[in-house]
Design a protein around this ligand. Structure first.
Ligand code: 5GP
Length: 208
């Protein structure tokens, strides 16, 4: 792990239970989806924030499980009504997190895992200063480029856009409490688990 500083987590007031809010970001190709899946499997009681998005579902994605897929009109209505804890435009689509869901889940004392972009993480820190932010970084830009081209899902123009975005996101990693370098997947998974366990203490439930 390249850099790590414990977040300033305030203990909940008496009678006011509050879970931890773990906010994870990464450039595409850094392995965030795989790492978050491993974390969710390990900590079975972690509540995963299902985002709202205007992008079309990809094959295999399910409404309500991967995302809530909504129209641009509905999303914009949500902005006007203050329904999002944070929202951002990423790669041309809108993405947002339900403020009501975050508040209710934290009030129930549950820990939350959110997978959102850098702009969203910045907003979360403003609205929820107790949030614990984690940036997953590829070992280098060259490694990221190699992973993206191996994936083979993008044409040259899309890949150039993803790499340009990745560069911008990498430049913002200093704002995160923790930077996890995903060089070797198994090592990164163990470091990620250990990091969350440090915050969660004995309140965590592991399936292992
Ligand atoms: P994808 O469309 O590939 O699932 O996600 C694209 C990017 O959008 C990822 O970086 C992901 O973290 C980010 N993202 C997903 N949900 C949200 C959200 O609710 N808010 C923000 N700000 N970004 C999100």
């Amino acid at each position: 792990m390249a850099k790590t500083k414990m977040a300033n987590v305030h203990p909940p007031r008496q009678g006011a239970p509050s879970g931890h809010l773990f906010v994870v970001s990464a450039p595409s190709g850094a392995g965030k989806t795989t790492l978050c899946a491993a974390i969710r499997k390990h900590f079975g009681d972690l509540a995963y924030s299902v985002s709202y998005t205007t992008r079309a579902p990809r094959p295999g994605e399910q409404h309500g499980r991967d995302y809530f897929f909504v129209s641009v009109e509905e999303f914009e209505k949500g902005i006007a009504e203050g329904r999002w804890a944070e929202w951002a435009r990423v790669h041309g689509n809108l993405y947002g997190t339900s403020a009501q869901w975050v508040r209710q889940t934290m009030a129930a004392g549950k820990d939350i895992l959110m997978d959102i972009d850098v702009q969203g993480a910045e907003q979360m820190l403003k609205h929820f200063p107790e949030a614990i932010t984690i940036f997953i970084s590829p070992p280098s830009m060259e490694a990221l480029q190699e992973r993206l081209s191996k994936r083979g899902t993008d044409d040259a123009a899309v890949m150039a856009l993803r790499l340009a975005n990745a560069q911008k996101e990498m430049a913002r990693q200093n704002m995160y409490h923790h930077v996890l370098i995903n060089d070797d997947l198994e090592t990164a998974t163990q470091e990620f688990i250990a990091l969350l366990a440090r915050y969660r203490g004995s309140s965590s439930t592991s399936r292992d």
